[in-house]
Design a protein around this ligand. Structure first.
Ligand code: 5HY
Length: 241
């Protein structure tokens, strides 16, 4: 199968890191194509960044070559619904995928993410997806996203400390990593913490493979039906329907 992975920010280093993390868990016959928008923020750390990044996701899905599934590799799942309108293939956001995976292995999980100001974005997603009863806390580390651009080895001790604090304070049984840039740290944190640590990139890749194998694609009925035909003005003209 051909899996399109979209890094919604414009950090080429992060796109490369995300592709590497995906290839580590992908099946042998899964071809990973990793892309990023032609415009937008170098990292996504707030609502404004998120809105521009969502348009970048819409751009990449609208202009994509044929694919069997799509993964949106940013923990805010920007542009998820728009992407599902734009393709018949299944589309997975790494936050939603991580929440599902964590709920399979623990009665309660905690999220450890980057900037504290983005915690509310994760909390909104928990409610939107119906995981507010399974998530026992969302914790910021104030590690800038771009500090993880190189794989984040320099941040592993700080993330470990925040995860230990979360496990004891929340009485949770698993940790969800709240940034695609933390993917490369998942195995080391799992070893150190001795509890399930979920990286959304890996979870989304395996769920995408499963959905494709089941022949399940995005519903074309109702709100995920393709957008109604219309002209777009300005820089968005190529994205019209
Ligand atoms: C991410 N930002 O996964 C999110 C993390 C965050 O550029 N890639 C980003 O802080 O929401």
């Amino acid at each position: 199968m051909k899996l399109l992975i979209i890094n919604p920010n414009t950090s080429t280093a992060m796109t490369t890191g995300i592709a590497a993390a995906a290839r580590q868990v992908a099946a042998a016959d899964t071809r990973i194509v990793a892309v990023q928008p032609s415009f937008g923020p170098l990292s996504i750390e707030g609502h404004f960044d998120e809105t521009i990044a969502a348009a970048g996701v819409a751009e990449q899905v609208r202009l994509a070559a044929p694919h069997d599934a799509v993964v949106i590799a940013c923990f805010g799942d920007p542009g998820l619904d728009a992407a599902r309108e734009a393709t018949r293939a299944p589309v997975l956001g790494i936050a939603e995928a991580a929440f599902h995976a964590a709920s399979f292995v623990a009665t309660g999980f905690s999220v450890v993410t980057t900037m504290t100001r983005t915690c509310v974005i994760a909390e909104h997603l928990l409610h939107r997806y119906g995981f507010e009863r399974r998530c026992r806390g969302v914790h910021g580390t104030d590690i800038p996203v771009l500090a993880l651009e190189d794989g984040g080895a320099g941040c592993v001790d700080q993330i470990e400390a925040a995860a230990r604090e979360a496990l004891s304070r929340d009485r949770s049984g698993a940790i969800v990593l709240g940034c695609a840039g933390m993917a490369a740290l998942c195995a080391e944190l799992t070893r150190r913490l001795g509890v399930p640590v979920i990286d959304g990139v890996a979870a989304a890749v395996k769920f995408a493979e499963g959905l494709a194998a089941l022949g399940l694609g995005t519903s074309q009925h109702g709100d995920y039906a393709p957008p109604l035909p219309k002209t777009y003005a300005g820089w968005a003209a190529p994205l019209g329907w």
